[in-house]
Write a protein that binds this ligand. Structure first.
Ligand SMILES: [Zn+2]
Length: 167
């Protein structure tokens, strides 16, 4: 899923943990649940428009990604000061896999194209396994434009829930 969805999930988890638990459990469970939420949310991405490769020649793909990027930046801006812990751990697997490991791998491959460095360091295969085990019955909408609807629905639900919890 997109960063905004992970951000809002992390915010919800942190609000609930800090509402019902005392320190240090509020911190520990925020980190744990936010980290685990990534697997569930990414497994659900099966029913969202999520082409594995960028489609920069497709206008719909470009506009959707500009909108979703703006919402991701907006959610960072609004919640980062108060809910950085939940947001960090909700995005940790993407940061680890796509920012750290993939960039180091690309760097190593430039030096040695046969490099197999840390080929099994990725967390996303676990999300794939969760998807295959729990959500095998869901339709795959990764290449279907209608897949933006479930993501918009989820983002809206999370936003309303956060507003409800904070107001
Ligand atoms: Zn992910």
């Amino acid at each position: 899923m997109e960063a905004v969805t992970h951000n809002l999930t992390g915010v919800v988890i942190q609000i609930l943990c800090f509402k019902y638990l005392m320190a240090p459990y509020s911190y520990i469970f925020t980190m744990l649940f936010a980290f685990l939420s990534h697997f569930l949310i990414d497994a659900l991405s099966k029913i969202t428009y999520h082409t594995p490769e960028p489609r920069t020649e497709d206008k719909f793909w470009v506009i959707w990604h500009i909108i979703i990027l703006l919402f991701s930046i907006l959610s960072f801006g609004i919640f980062i000061l108060e809910f950085w812990l939940g947001m960090l751990f909700a995005n940790l697997i993407d940061i680890w896999d796509w920012v750290i490991i993939r960039n180091i791998q690309n760097y190593k491959k430039k030096k040695n194209s046969d490099s197999k460095w840390c080929a099994h360091c990725y967390f996303h295969p676990v999300a794939d396994a969760v998807r295959n085990k729990l959500f095998f019955f869901l339709p795959n909408l990764n290449y279907r434009r209608i897949g933006i609807i479930p993501e918009i629905f989820l983002i809206s639900c999370l936003s309303f829930f956060i507003a409800f919890l904070l107001i």
